[in-house]
Design a protein around this ligand. Structure first.
Ligand code: SAM
Length: 263
């Protein structure tokens, strides 16, 4: 297959080719034949084929029509795959799972869509059990960043509200063909058994944290000028001269509470 398929840069195609790395990722995924896996971007099967050896049913979401056609031909030959020919950013994961039968998601993600993809996946967090992904190292660090660390931003807060995030290991560019210009990392995201805070208006909270980070170098007093005055910020027990990047999720929730009271 690899000789026939034309690599498409626009789909972020960097195919894994290092057996040691592939083995380590498969181990991290820890396949179990009773739990089907949903793979985003199976490509030429660097992860899919070794996972199929564990008798796992694989559901594949792939945008590249040539690869979809190849996977469909594999299916016709009896390979245990179900192929979804679409853009994962538009995919409705309710097709594949439910709260009773939550999904386990995996993938070597195309770098160009990782942030919008995480925002999309959060819409389905009640039906996703576990995720194990390869992402650009910089993104992995951002997702797991803690308050006070430079990469910490609204995506870190939003994801950590829903998931526990673990950085597993790094993968160098040489493990791919063609090699990307950046390092990559494997991360695991698991829904919290008890969320760090309980938020009733999730959409409002999301908008609010984005406003807090609107201009990263500015203070909360400045970024929130139009929606929350300094006294209200103070009343939440937070110094208005602090920056959003120093606040914990609990502090964002306390601030957001002030907003609800002042509306
Ligand atoms: N899993 C393979 C591997 O590890 O070698 C391929 C990984 S490659 C980095 C990313 C894969 O995602 C490619 O197969 C690409 O065609 C697919 N892809 C890119 N954008 C996509 C999208 N929006 N929806 C679904 N698949 C996408």
């Amino acid at each position: 297959m690899s000789e026939q398929h034309v690599t498409r840069k626009r789909f972020g195609q960097h195919f894994l080719c290092d057996d040691g790395v592939i083995h380590a990722i498969v181990n991290a995924i820890s396949p179990n034949k009773d739990q089907p896996l949903v793979e985003i971007g199976p490509g030429r099967g660097a992860l899919t084929l070794p996972l199929l050896e564990y008798d796992v049913a694989m559901r594949l979401i792939e945008i590249d029509r040539d690869l979809v056609a190849w996977w469909n031909s594999q299916k016709q030959q009896g390979v245990n795959v179900e192929v979804y020919d679409c853009d994962v950013l538009r995919f409705d994961f309710n097709e594949l799972g439910s709260e009773q039968e939550p999904i386990k998601l995996i993938g070597n993600l195309p770098y160009n869509i990782s942030s919008p993809l995480f925002f999309h996946l959060i819409n389905f967090h009640t039906i996703i059990k576990d995720m194990c992904f390869m992402v650009q190292k910089e993104v992995a660090i951002r997702l797991a960043a803690k308050p006070g660390e430079k990469p910490y931003n609204s995506l870190s807060v939003w994801l950590q509200l829903h998931y526990q995030i673990e950085l597993l290991f790094d993968v160098p560019p040489e493990a791919f063909a063609p090699p990307p210009k950046v390092d990559s990392s494997i991360i695991r995201l698991q829904p919290h058994s008890t969320p760090p805070v309980s938020i009733s208006d999730k959409a409002g909270f999301h908008k609010f944290i984005k406003a807090c980070f609107a201009q990263k170098r500015k203070t909360l007093r400045n970024n929130l000028k139009k929606i929350l005055d300094a006294e209200k910020i103070d009343a939440a027990g937070i110094d208005p001269s602090r920056r959003a990047e120093t606040l914990s999720i609990e502090e964002f929730a306390a601030l957001h509470n002030q907003l609800s009271h002042s509306e």
